[in-house]
Design a protein around this ligand. Structure first.
Ligand code: AMP
Ligand code: TRP
Length: 362
């Protein structure tokens, strides 16, 4: 990483994290990774792999460990050059759980119970979370029957750990998807509350919304976002898909009635394919519409497949080289952890001091 001379202004800090679960999708690549890789010069970038968030749901230990490597190899293969940014594992850096605890002690339970993602996750586990004022704390009901609370507290406290991930680095900008906006809002509230109570300490982070980058929709239902957790395996392209998988998925993607190839609200399937084409080829929509004038959906699909196969070939080949070079991946994670730790300790020490914890003996 470039040395900062005393005269140069420090670069703004961007931080984002992802759980080491599942493979990256075409949506992640076009909507996130590809944009992030263009920001490495302008910002000081930290990318965290949040393994402590992952254990809020059951994990198989060897799989979790392997997924961390798979995640970092996919990041690098998608363009996050480790020489120009810091990539670290959350559990390698002292401070995430320490700050999370301090923030937990400032967070009303009710605010956490109201988080949409907590309610969704609880519902998936078969619980209904009630916020009725008369309920003492959390009341879980299942099919109308009062049940023993068996949801782990980690799921409830998840957003506080996320706030700690961000505030521990005094990040200026945080790229997050729509579903994480509420968590980022909580983080901003907590930072503001802390600053007010103990004096200016934390930067209030802003969400980062890329100016370019399309929203990629499901190939099976183009009205829904392409997502890694879709049950229909034909709905999602993964960056590690083999060429024949890509061709099959694009071939069976849902198109619309009529034959015209244009971007339009009543043509969500065709619009999605044009959007993928445009993101990969760099050709704008009007030129693409001209190019496809008089041609059929088959031609559109075959061009989109070709572009995808070509782009993702580089990603896939690079991934397989990296995943077999554990020594290199370990060296990336070591550099990342050291840089992250240096920054994290500064902020953690400041916070501990402000709230009255005694200095660590030297
Ligand atoms: P997620 O995998 O939902 O946690 O998203 C991680 C990042 O990828 C976020 O910045 C999202 O905005 C981006 N992303 C995920 N899915 C899509 C999609 N279908 N289209 C565009 N961007 C996406
Ligand atoms: N909760 C985020 C997600 O599931 C992951 C995450 C954890 C995160 N800590 C973060 C994202 C800090 C941005 C910043 O997508």
């Amino acid at each position: 990483m470039e040395k900062i001379s005393p005269l140069s202004k420090p670069k703004p800090v961007i931080l984002t994290c992802a759980q080491p679960t599942g493979n990256l999708t075409l949506g992640n690549y076009l909507g996130a990774l590809r944009n992030w890789s263009k920001m490495l010069e302008e910002y000081e970038c930290y990318f965290g792999i949040v393994d402590l968030h992952a254990i809020t749901v059951p994990q198989k230990p060897p799989v979790l460990r392997q997924n961390v490597y798979s995640c970092i190899a996919q990041y690098i293969a998608c363009g996050l050059d480790p020489k120009r940014c810091h990539q670290f594992v959350q559990s390698h850096v002292i401070g995430h759980t320490e700050l999370a605890w301090i923030l937990t002690c400032m967070t009303p339970i009710g605010e956490l119970q109201r988080m949409t993602q907590f309610k969704d996750k609880a519902a998936k586990l078969g619980f209904k979370v009630s916020n009725e004022p008369e309920s003492q704390g959390i009341k879980f009901t299942h099919d109308g029957v009062r049940a023993q609370a068996s949801i782990n507290a980690g799921l409830l406290c998840y957003p506080v750990l996320m706030a700690a991930d961000i505030l521990l680095y005094n990040a200026d900008l945080v790229p997050v998807g729509e579903d994480q906006r509420q968590h980022l809002e909580l983080c901003r509230d907590l930072a503001g509350r802390f600053n007010q109570k103990y004096s200016e300490t934390f930067t209030i982070p802003e969400p980062y919304v890329p100016s370019t980058g399309a929203r990629i929709m499901s190939l099976a239902d183009p009205l829904r976002k392409m997502s890694k957790s879709d049950d229909n395996e034909k709905a999602t392209i993964f960056v590690l898909d083999e060429p024949d998988q890509i061709t099959k998925k694009i071939g069976s993607s849902v198109t619309d009635s009529g034959t015209e190839i244009k971007v339009s609200q009543d043509k969500p399937g065709v619009s999605n394919l044009l959007s993928i084409h445009s993101s990969l080829s760099g050709i704008d929509f009007p030129s693409l519409e001209d190019h496809f004038l008089g041609k059929g959906y088959g031609e559109l699909k075959s061009e989109v497949s070709e572009l995808l196969v070509e782009t993702l070939r580089t990603v896939r080949e690079s991934y397989y080289e990296l995943i077999n070079d554990k020594t290199f991946l370990d060296s990336v994670l070591k550099e990342g952890a050291q840089a992250a730790q240096k920054r994290a300790f500064k902020i953690l020490n400041k916070v501990q001091r402000k709230i009255g914890l005694p200095d660590r003996p030297r």
